[in-house]
Design a protein around this ligand. Structure first.
Ligand SMILES: *[C@@H]1O[C@H](CO)[C@@H](O)[C@H](O)[C@H]1NC(C)=O
Length: 334
């Protein structure tokens, strides 16, 4: 009997062991591992998930998009099925921060994009400079930082000049784009009359100077005559235009200007006797009357023997110099 008793006790033990083992196997085979990690999504309420014992067959876990990401489509839930988690169909995209804002006298460069992680760069218009940070980042909560300012560029006070003055003295600070106009009270204005306050906060050039000028000397014309600029006084910027008598050829430029150094610029031209062939050619091509009236330059000017086809007429208006090329007009008058 003790043997049988032992035997039956063993059987009971063995049976319970087998049942227990079988239960354990069933349980292990229906169990999932820890739910996977995803790049754009995380487990919702992760702290409430206890451990492997929670992930039995049929168990569900829910995901949520990571910070900075928003759900676009799909289901946030996966299920433990046959010891494996189902595939997460939830799609999360980077959130959009929208416009980083409007900048007065500038704008944001959003070439990078306006989604989570992108940066927007402030660009000021020409003549404006950035005050504050020029970069905003799209974060989970929206654009960080603040909209910067674009402040107009300022120039220092324009310099004073000797023997001259500023005609439009600025009231207060000189801003980008302001034009400062100088004039001379004595002498000749040399350099730039107008200075502009640039985007760099300096002036477009140095101020002009007022220079003493006694004028240029009157010049005789040997074998030629003046067609413009008869004098007798020549001031800075005045012109003389020359032409040569028939049979003479002009060497140099026909127009000279009274320069800042009280001399004619460029060098005065000369009238040099032409060779016979050249004279014939000149006469033929220009159809000049063969009998010039020598000695009187004004006669020559009124009835020019050699039509100054390339005549330049200088006009001096208010210190400014304009040149009209009137070869065609002259030809028409002829
Ligand atoms: C003004 O400043 C800029 C930048 O510093 C410089 O490049 C430029 O030459 C300056 N212009 C004048 C006229 O001084």
């Amino acid at each position: 009997m003790p043997g049988r008793n032992t035997n039956s006790a063993d059987n009971v033990f063995m049976i319970s062991l087998c049942v227990g083992l079988a239960l354990l196997i069933v349980r292990v085979s229906g169990q999932c591992g820890y739910p996977p990690d995803y790049e754009t999504a995380i487990l919702k309420d992760e702290h409430q998930i206890q451990g492997p014992s929670d992930f039995l067959e049929g168990f569900k876990v829910t995901y949520t998009c990571r910070s900075g990401y928003v759900p676009v489509t799909g289901s946030p839930t996966i299920t433990c099925t046959s010891s494996e988690w189902s595939h997460l169909t939830l799609v999360c995209d980077r959130r959009s921060c929208g416009s980083p804002g409007e900048i007065l006298n500038g704008h944001f460069n959003t070439d990078e994009g306006v989604l989570f992680g992108d940066k927007a760069y402030a660009v000021c218009d020409e003549g404006y400079q950035l005050v504050g940070s020029g970069v905003r980042s799209c974060r989970a909560a929206g654009w960080d930082g603040a909209i910067p300012l674009c402040e107009i560029v300022k120039c220092p006070n324009p310099p004073e000049i000797v023997n001259g003055e500023i005609t439009n003295a600025p009231q207060g600070t000189v801003m980008f784009g302001t034009v400062i106009i100088y004039k001379c009270n004595e002498g000749i204005l040399v350099g730039n009359k107008e200075l502009v306050c640039t985007k760099d906060g300096n002036y477009s050039s140095a101020p002009p100077a007022c220079k003493d000028h006694k004028g240029c000397p009157s010049v005789p014309v040997e074998n030629g005559f003046k067609t413009a600029g008869f004098g007798p006084d020549y001031n800075y910027g005045d012109f003389i235009t020359f032409a040569c008598n028939p049979g003479y050829i002009l060497h140099g430029t026909d127009t000279v200007t009274c320069g800042i150094n009280e001399i004619w610029e460029p060098e005065l031209p000369t009238c040099q006797k032409a060779s016979t062939t050249t004279t014939t050619t000149t006469t033929t091509t220009t159809g000049v009357p063969s009998t010039p009236s020598p000695g009187n330059v004004f006669n020559h000017y009124e009835h020019p023997s050699v039509p100054p086809l390339n005549l330049l007429i200088p006009l001096i208006i208010a210190g400014c110099r304009f040149t009209l090329q009137i070869g065609i007009v002259h030809a028409a008058m002829d």
